[in-house]
Design a protein around this ligand. Structure first.
Ligand code: NI
Ligand code: MN
Length: 231
């Protein structure tokens, strides 16, 4: 069975017999990060939901160190490639399969850019959610998004969503009440809140999210950074 670990903010690691993959590896400078970037296992692929600095994070260094691809929208993966990484350039609606599993990009309502150290802001294409399937089980990382009704379509079209990683921080993404509605629309087996308590503007009580999910008949699990479970 695959194991999902929450590293903190939007960063999650999935380990299976097919290898380890990581979503949004913002580790250096992440006050919640449960480990250091150099302490990660060997990675087979790096998935980015969008280019914002709190998501791209250590992706370029990790992709070079592990000699593995950054998988993301065309603009974002090509940007990483221009910095010396391997890349799988995709776009919304598309599916890609590799030894490490299957990935599909879906829409998210947000924005996407990367600010370089010089202050230059680079446009990095559309933001996305990511469906990652391994061993017949799908994890849906919603990325940064507001609520939208097509989450219901994504849930219907992908009926085996085991785990949904749902942003609850508000301010930049959905807050708790909209996140609970997102869970209702997607109907995953389990919802895990992400993208909260990293910085003051996104302070939230994940127990409130869990309670409100329970009230609509959905199960949520709060993982502290460093927490993991098999699914
Ligand atoms: Ni963002
Ligand atoms: Mn973010």
């Amino acid at each position: 069975m695959p194991t999902l670990s929450y590293i903190g903010h939007s960063c999650c690691l999935v380990e299976s017999e097919a290898g380890a993959v990581i979503f949004d590896p913002f580790i250096t400078g992440n006050p919640l990060a449960s480990l250091k970037a150099e302490d990660l296992p060997e990675l087979a692929a790096i998935f980015l939901t969008h280019g914002h600095n709190d998501h791209l994070g250590d992706a370029i260094d990790l992709a070079k160190k592990n000699d593995c691809p950054v998988v993301a929208t065309y603009e974002l993966a090509a940007y990483c490639q221009s910095k010396g990484t391997q890349a799988v350039t995709m776009n919304i609606g598309g599916t890609y399969k590799d030894e490490w599993g299957q990935i599909k990009l879906v829409q998210a309502w947000h924005s996407s850019s990367y600010q370089e150290e010089s202050g230059n802001v680079i446009y990095t294409g559309m933001p996305t959610g990511i469906l990652y399937t391994i061993e017949g089980k799908t994890v849906y990382h919603l990325g940064d998004t507001g609520l939208f009704s097509d989450l219901g379509l994504i849930g219907t079209r992908n009926s085996k969503i085991e785990v949904a990683l749902v942003p609850i921080g508000d301010h930049f993404t959905m807050g708790i009440d909209d996140a609970v509605e997102a869970v209702r629309l997607i109907s995953p087996r389990l919802a895990i809140p992400v993208h909260y308590n990293t910085f003051p503007p996104i302070e939230q009580d994940p127990a409130d999210f869990k309670k409100k999910c329970k009230a609509i008949g959905s199960e949520a699990k709060v993982l502290d950074p460093g927490g993991s479970f098999e699914y």
